[in-house]
Design a protein around this ligand. Structure first.
Ligand code: GLA
Length: 716
């Protein structure tokens, strides 16, 4: 063992410990979980097992980059090659730099001339562990093909269950809990973007982990391209977890001296069940992604520190039929409702009357906006609103001036007709002239028009991924997207960017370096949104979650919902409205205005407090956001379907202080039934103990299906 390397390393914060075993030729995670007071050499040795029948005398270690040829028979984490005869990677650990919160292991493989750096960074505040692996081709003359580079971790035996976030367009982030299979679980995304179907995360739970008790470990990959997450049970009974970028054949070749660093793989552990995990992720995002000062990922410091303005989006209000008179009228109505930002969605640029044309021609349509957008933005400002704009930079319509001028700028697939999806093609962002053209186009818009927010959309998967050099290009495309977004962010730091990809097709910790809001789904159906929101909030905080009050009937599902339900669901995130507010009935208008005002009244709490879910019983779901000092909470209970009993179940709150007394007020909806109103009046004179609310629970009045009640709890 080299002199600079200890036999093991132990990093910890107040809740979590990481132990790395460095005795072998490669570093291996020995433990990541609840905090250990001390770790000593015999404990590490105790990990070694005696020889199993029909096995090797020494059990091969589950190293951070498992390889083949040294005994390990599971799926390899690291596979590289140079031609047909040089694939035998066998890295040897040569050095380790260690600090209180970071370990950096360097290994080399002489036969293949590769240097490998494993970096493990423990966030002292939240205990989130960030892992990356960097490869460098140290050969002077030949290139190195990287077939895969996944981080590999041993799983503790008690993690038998998993929760994935899965779904489809219009119904993203559905939480699916299942038992891990005896063999392998393989989640591979080849959509060319994060995908609606396979979110790059996976929660591991013990069989008895619940919302607020038991061990829970979540992995998230900070990457917006193709990815893989797998678990595997080895023949000796050990389970391993692997995650990383999914590389296609020949996709990544390192020239002499070149390097590759994997996307960050983030691990979060909680001994307090799913709620504990969620709260830790929220704290991690808040303290690491520019939401407070001095954050490592200083994305949008100034943008994120501002409070999030309630916005009106034109999409479901008028689709492509936007023009000056319509927009001015919408701005007037928005201002009257208390809306603070106006977002002009698709349809504002040259000839874009439907989705068959014009992507790429990002000049304002003179027929729709004869004086351009500057007066529109000025009108917004006069009315006290910010102005935001929709754009889809990565795409081009075959029917566009840009495509006619540069048909060679798109990704394709040799000798095969181009496949259009939503009538559009994908620009090759890795080409310098394309990236420069897009940056200049965006830059012109942001310079000429006072825009403070961009909804950055991406409306198709990448089915044909070949660039002009014949290379497979999803890896490059993803990096080029980040570079373009970084350039926009750095030149226009006051502009907030929302990441949208046909709804929630690009929501991940990678793009979060550049974006400060996600559009989780194109569905504004309040019932479906409750499920989407719960999935979203399990990994990301509410202030990043775009949530809009849509029209009724809902355009995607045809369901009709009362305004009180639609608005009562939407106010839990970064609230917006996406309906034709010119056509609202007087009742709906005043309900919406009241919901916006309720959101603003509690916005600080909603966007800084601790989100906690309560137990789901029968047809009900309930949740709260509790202030850090537990003196205040906003809580909701929603009845999803027709109840089978007359009364809803009592809500047993969580997250309150058992020793405090609370005053519980019904603050939503405004229009209560007669019985609900007398229930509300009765509550007014009562004070209830935090212990009572958490153990005995709060009695509820009779509720209709597809309705919700919101309570404000304050310490007395
Ligand atoms: C995508 C987005 C929508 C809207 C349309 C515009 O589908 O998810 O919110 O912006 O594009 O074409």
């Amino acid at each position: 063992m080299p002199e600079s390397v200890d036999r093991f390393y132990h990093l910890k914060n107040k809740a979590v410990s990481l132990v790395v075993d460095a005795r072998g030729s490669q570093p291996a995670i020995a433990y990541f979980g609840a905090r250990l007071a001390n770790v000593n050499e015999p404990m590490i040795e105790q990990l070694d097992r005696h020889e199993a029948p029909a096995s090797l005398p020494v059990e091969p270690a589950v190293t951070l980059s498992t390889t083949h040829g040294m005994g390990y028979l599971g799926h390899p984490g690291l596979a590289v090659h140079r031609g047909r005869n040089r694939w035998q990677v066998n890295p040897q650990l040569v050095a380790c730099e260690a600090s209180e919160s970071e370990l950096r292991f360097t290994s080399t493989c002489e036969r293949l001339s590769v240097e490998i750096t494993h970096c493990l960074r423990l966030d002292k505040e939240t205990g989130v562990l960030a892992l990356t692996t960097a490869l460098r081709n140290t050969d002077a003359t030949t290139s190195l093909s990287v077939d895969q580079c996944l981080v590999t971790l041993p799983m503790q035996d008690h993690f038998t269950d998993a929760v994935e976030l899965t779904g489809r367009w219009g119904y993203e982030l559905q939480q699916n809990r299942f038992q891990l299979p005896h063999s392998s679980l393989v989640r591979e995304n080849r959509a060319g973007r994060t995908s609606h179907h396979l979110h790059p995360s996976l929660k591991l739970l013990s069989a008895n982990t619940t919302l607020d008790s038991g061990d829970a470990l979540d992995i998230q990959l900070a990457w917006s391209g193709n990815h893989t997450i797998r678990t595997e049970q080895l023949a000796d009974g050990r389970r391993v977890l692997q995650a990383g970028e999914l590389l296609g054949v020949g996709e990544l070749e390192l020239l002499p001296g070149e390097g590759y660093t994997t996307p960050e793989c983030l691990l979060c552990f909680s001994a307090d069940g799913m709620n504990g995990l969620t709260q830790q992720w929220h704290r991690y995002v808040r303290s690491n992604y520019g939401i407070s000062d001095d954050t490592p990922h200083n994305t949008h410091g100034s943008v994120l520190k501002q409070q999030r303005p309630v916005q009106l989006n034109t999409w479901e209000a008028c689709y492509f039929d936007v023009n000056e008179p319509t927009v001015l009228e919408l701005i007037d109505k928005a201002a009257d409702l208390g809306i603070e930002r106006f977002v002009l969605d698709d349809g504002w640029f040259c000839g874009r009357d439907n989705d068959q044309t014009s992507l790429g021609d990002w000049q304002v349509d003179e027929h729709k906006f004869p004086s351009g957008l500057t007066p529109i933005a000025a009108y917004c400002h006069k009315k006290g609103l910010e102005f935001g704009l929709w754009i889809e930079p990565e795409m081009v319509s075959p029917d566009s001036d840009l495509y006619r001028a540069h048909p060679d700028w798109v990704l394709g697939f040799s000798n095969v007709p181009l496949i259009e999806a939503r009538n559009q093609l994908v620009l090759d962002l890795d080409r310098k002239e394309v990236a420069n053209h897009l940056f200049e186009t965006i830059s012109d818009l942001l310079t000429e028009i006072p825009i403070s927010y961009l909804k950055w959309d991406m409306n198709r998967d990448i089915h044909q991924m070949e660039n002009a050099q014949g290379q497979r290009a999803v890896h490059r495309q993803t990096l080029a997207l980040y570079a373009l977004m970084a350039r926009v962010r750095d030149h226009f730091p006051h502009v907030a960017i929302e990441s949208c990809a046909s709804g929630g097709g690009r929501m991940d910790m990678g793009v979060l370096e550049y974006a400060s809001r996600f559009w989780p789904s194109d569905t504004n159906d309040a019932l479906d949104r409750i499920a989407v929101q719960r999935g979203f909030l399990s990994i990301l905080p509410p202030e990043l979650m775009g949530s809009h009050v849509g029209p009724s009937p809902c355009h995607l599902t045809g369901r009709q919902h009362a305004m009180a339900f639609r608005a009562g669901v939407a106010l839990w995130g970064h609230m917006g409205v996406e309906a034709d507010i010119r056509a609202l009935s007087e009742d709906d208008r005043s309900t919406l205005e009241a919901a916006i005002s309720l959101h603003k009244e509690h916005r600080h709490l909603l966007h800084s407090g601790r989100y906690v879910e309560h137990e789901q019983i029968a047809q009900q779901v309930a949740w709260s956001v509790v202030s850090d000092d537990q003196s205040e909470a906003l809580s909701a209970v929603a009845t999803l379907h027709t109840p089978t009993a007359a009364f809803p179940k009592r809500i047993r709150f969580r997250g309150l202080d058992a020793s405090k007394q609370y005053h519980v007020q019904v603050v939503w909806p405004q229009g209560l039934s007669e019985k609900q109103a007398s229930y509300r009046d009765q509550l007014k004179s009562q004070r209830l103990g935090g212990d009572w609310l958490q153990q005995a629970g709060l009695t509820l009045p009779i509720m209709h299906p597809e309705s919700l009640l919101i309570f404000h709890l304050t310490e007395v």
